[in-house]
Design a protein around this ligand. Structure first.
Ligand SMILES: NC(=O)c1ccc[n+]([C@@H]2O[C@H](COP(=O)([O-])OP(=O)(O)OC[C@H]3O[C@@H](n4cnc5c(N)ncnc54)[C@H](OP(=O)(O)O)[C@@H]3O)[C@@H](O)[C@H]2O)c1
Length: 214
């Protein structure tokens, strides 16, 4: 089960025109992001997002940490970094964060030693089955757009959790890249919630038609 979790502007951007961190989501978004992390066994993070932000999101809310502890799960979902280049600086704060770090990459790399585990990314079907075999069945996809597009193209995203934020950003960084070919499909509204700061949570689940897609 893969849930794509993003904060997007009213015009569907996830980053400002010049790229980099948009600081889109406020307190409400942070809360629903942490709820998604609390649900997840692991998070898929595009290498560019990690390079840009330097770290990943952690669950901080005590009641969510207590819930995970009560169900015998680790404090934080495993952070699974997806990369082809394996060009990830050792100086990032990410390496100090209190979580398990896995690397999902098509090629062998000395960088793998810095991670707790490395898995092959020859195809999404094999990689996702490999993650599930190792206990990561519920995955939150934290973006960015390139990683999301790669999964959407093959129909692997089961749920979309979007926080709509009251900003217009303009520019090229749409949450689904304009050139992306996505697996067509229909989506059913699971949840909508008004959040603090004029934000709106929308959660859609993909309707499976004849077992299509992932
Ligand atoms: N608003 C939000 O909620 C949100 C969330 C996340 C990110 N963002 C923003 O999104 C931007 C970054 O997104 P992005 O689209 O540029 O990059 P991205 O998706 O974060 O990362 C792209 C990189 O991930 C790796 N990758 C992606 N798909 C792969 C695949 N199928 N196989 C192997 N490796 C794969 C590659 O890493 P290598 O380059 O290492 O090969 C690729 O260059 C930033 O501006 C960030 O702030 C916003």
């Amino acid at each position: 089960m893969l849930r794509l979790v993003l904060a997007v502007s009213l015009d569907g951007r996830l980053a400002p025109p010049q790229g980099g961190a948009a600081q889109l989501g406020g307190v409400g978004d942070r809360q629903v992001l942490e709820e998604a992390l609390a649900w997840a066994d692991g998070c898929l993070i595009g290498a560019e997002t990690l390079r840009r932000h330097g770290s990943t999101c952690l669950i901080r809310a005590p009641h969510l940490l207590a819930q995970r502890a009560a169900s015998g799960r680790g404090h934080q979902p495993v952070a699974v970094v997806v990369s082809r280049s394996n060009d990830i600086s050792q100086d990032l704060h990410f390496w100090q964060q209190p979580l398990q770090r896995w690397l999902l990459t098509p090629k062998r790399s000395p960088l793998a030693q810095a991670f707790d585990r490395r898995l092959d990314l020859d195809s999404w079907s094999v990689a996702l089955a490999g993650l599930a075999d190792q206990g990561l069945e519920r995955l939150v996809v934290l973006g960015g757009a390139a990683l999301a597009a790669s999964l959407l193209a093959e129909g692997w995203i089961d749920e979309l959790q979007l926080t709509i934020c009251p900003q217009l950003l303009g520019g090229p960084h749409a949450w689904v890249p304009l050139e992306a070919a996505v697996h067509s499909g229909e989506w059913c509204l699971q949840e909508h919630r008004q959040l603090a700061g004029e934000e709106l949570l929308l959660r859609y689940r993909r309707i499976l038609i004849n077992g299509a897609g992932g």
